[in-house]
Ligand binder design. Structure first.
Ligand SMILES: [Zn+2]
Length: 81
């Protein structure tokens, strides 16, 4: 499945995606994955809503509990498959 990014890649690209710095082709592949992977789509939705939390987390050291929970849930759902 060459067109399909794996979930780890989606996770890595989230910030670039959010800031619209992803190259066009990467963005297309990213969106394609989101269309086919409900977990990542749900995660991105949550991520977009808590963009400020993520941004703050990048600046400060201890991540807020909301971010931890979000990340742990993401990793849990994705490590199952
Ligand atoms: Zn995924």
């Amino acid at each position: 499945m060459e067109l399909l990014k794996d979930c780890q890649e989606i996770y890595d690209f989230l910030i670039e995606y959010q800031e619209r710095t992803l190259p066009f082709l990467e963005r297309v592949r990213f969106n394609l994955h989101l269309l086919m992977c409900g977990n990542c789509a749900a995660y991105l939705k949550a991520y977009s809503r808590s963009g400020e939390i993520f941004r703050a987390a990048l600046r400060d050291d201890p991540p807020p509990p909301e971010l931890m929970e979000l990340t742990l849930n993401f990793l849990r759902t994705h490590s199952r498959s």
